[in-house]
Design a protein around this ligand. Structure first.
Ligand SMILES: [Zn+2]
Length: 264
């Protein structure tokens, strides 16, 4: 089984099967090709890459105890990924501040996965905003940036959520390839799914660095898989042709030394 350690109930990371998420598994149906160097507008929902020859591997639900070694594996191969981080789920983001900084300093993209991984479609507008701003505060303290990209927990979104997130300065991304690691799929079964893909699938694969088997086995294996396919493993913004880092972050300054406010 893939779950190990002190993982919370798997229900917290399962994509829902409601109609609000049906677009998440339909490759590319809302991804609008953009001119290279053009930023995706706030409020837009993206599901797949647009730049040929790229793959934007995404890791959700960390930072957690496996994240640091995964970053080391990516760095050793000189490839990039995107981390959709939460404030409080498996661990508390402030307890992994050095891991968050290592990921950012290594050039991996940092994005929001909300503070507590709640289904945004079930929350009021104010509660949705609170889920975003609490994590913004943590990113400001730890990194001095505000991410411009968010992945709604479980991919759950609707027009109200998209509008609200857009008004808060966010672009929204789900995925167009699911390795099913969150659903108990074995590493070999996930690998078979990747191996069955075509030559230039322009995928944004959904992975979870909070799962030990993904961080230690599937993630590192993907580096080799991409190389063999002649695919460049890049950040989300790079696979969309966005300016970097302008498409990724707003620089809000003020990364600060740890103090007593660094708690969940
Ligand atoms: Zn998640």
């Amino acid at each position: 089984m893939v779950l190990s350690g002190t993982a919370p109930p798997t229900t917290t990371i399962q994509p829902t099967t409601t109609t609000t998420t049906s677009t998440a598994t339909s490759p590319g149906n809302t991804t609008v090709p953009t001119q290279p160097g053009t930023e995706i507008p706030y409020g837009r929902l993206v599901t797949g890459c647009t730049v040929s020859g790229t793959v934007a591997v995404t890791f959700d639900d960390g930072p957690y105890q496996w994240t640091s070694a995964l970053i080391d594996s990516l760095n050793a191969a000189n490839v990039k990924a995107t981390f959709f981080m939460v404030g409080k789920l498996y661990g508390c983001i402030y307890d992994y501040a050095s891991v968050v900084q290592k990921a950012h300093n290594s050039g991996h993209q940092i994005a929001s996965h909300t503070w507590e991984h709640k289904d945004l479609t079930s929350l009021s507008t104010a509660d949705q905003q609170s889920q975003m701003t609490r994590l913004e505060t943590a990113f400001k303290k730890i990194l001095g940036i505000k991410p411009k990209w968010v992945r709604p927990p479980m991919g759950a979104q609707n027009s109200q959520v998209l509008s609200n997130l857009g008004n808060m300065g966010y672009k929204i991304v789900t995925w167009n390839f699911d390795s099913q690691d969150w659903n108990g799929a074995s590493v070999s079964s996930s690998q078979q799914r990747f191996n069955a893909l075509g030559n230039d699938p322009k995928i944004i694969p959904l992975e979870h660095d909070a799962l030990q088997s993904t961080a230690q086995q599937l993630g590192p294996w993907l580096i080799t898989w991409a190389k063999q396919r002649n695919l460049k493993m890049v950040t989300l913004s790079e696979c969309l042709g966005e300016p970097i880092p302008g498409g990724q972050y707003t620089n809000v300054g003020g990364a600060t030394p740890r103090d007593s406010s660094w708690v969940c």
